[in-house]
Design a protein around this ligand. Structure first.
Ligand code: ATP
Length: 239
């Protein structure tokens, strides 16, 4: 058996005295979609920010592609093949869409490959191609979300971490984003997906973990969790 692409063990993260992540462990196998779902404040975003080197863990270990990741600065994490599409509108508002995408490729020198990948992002999200020369700040929230995802893809990551990619999207666009995530996985990108929309995330994911107040309280395949009574009551709004 090959080792997982990402292996998180006993991870603890705190903001001062507030322990946001209290010792979680999970793995992401190459070529899979793994999702973290859970209520507001459960520690999902904190987990992704720690994996990308933006926060320092208090304890535990992170292994990516066979190497320890704890303490590796964020730009080196990207260079190792782990990209992060953050929650909300984290694009550069005054730069154009094309410039935002170029920035996602800041570590690459292969001009032809970069041009090809920008084309690929425009195929995934045609609206971005139509608006390529426009300032990113003029895009709608959902469109900025797509741009953040496109920018993360520009580093050609082995593992793409997506924080609430469906936020602010219409149901049709959300469906499209979910299809895009499945296509990326089918194209060989491994995905760690954080979502509030548990139904959509679990329908897509190979594996899922439910987080509550800094801990993983339930794990299983996407289908198992979708049918789990507790998940259905707490996260899918059933009585
Ligand atoms: P959401 O779905 O609402 O984004 P989440 O699961 O991503 O929630 P986190 O954003 O990781 O949760 O937050 C986990 C906990 O850490 C929360 O209690 C939050 O208030 C706290 N927290 C997050 N960021 C900070 C910060 N910069 N300083 C202090 N506490 C923080």
């Amino acid at each position: 058996m090959t080792a997982p692409l990402l292996e998180v063990t006993g991870l603890r993260v705190a903001y001062g005295k507030i322990e946001a992540v209290k010792g979680i462990g999970f793995t992401v196998e190459e070529g899979r979609i793994v999702t973290l779902i859970g209520t507001n404040g459960a520690g999902k975003t904190t987990t992704l920010r720690t994996l990308s080197g933006l926060l320092a863990p208090r304890g535990g270990s992170i292994r990516f592609a066979g190497r320890p990741l704890a303490g590796v600065p964020a730009h080196d994490v990207v260079a190792l093949g782990l990209a992060h599409s953050p929650e909300g509108r984290h694009v550069f508002p005054r730069l154009t869409i094309a410039e935002n995408l170029q920035l996602g490729a800041f570590l690459r020198r292969d001009k032809d490959g970069i041009a090809q990948d920008i084309k690929h992002v425009y195929e995934l999200f045609p609206i971005l191609g139509e608006r390529a020369g426009q300032a990113a700040g003029t895009l709608s929230g959902g469109e900025q979300q797509m741009l953040a995802m496109g920018r993360a893809l520009m580093s050609r990551p082995r593992l793409l971490m997506l924080d609430e990619p469906s936020m602010g999207l219409s149901p049709i666009m959300m469906q499209k984003i979910m299809e895009t995530i499945a296509r990326l996985r089918d194209g060989g990108t491994t995905i760690l997906l954080v979502e509030q929309n548990a139904q959509a995330a679990l329908s897509l994911a190979d594996h899922g973990h439910v987080m509550e107040t800094g801990r993983i309280v339930l794990s299983g395949t996407g289908a198992e969790l979708l049918h789990n009574e507790k998940v259905r009551k707490a996260y899918l709004g059933e009585d």
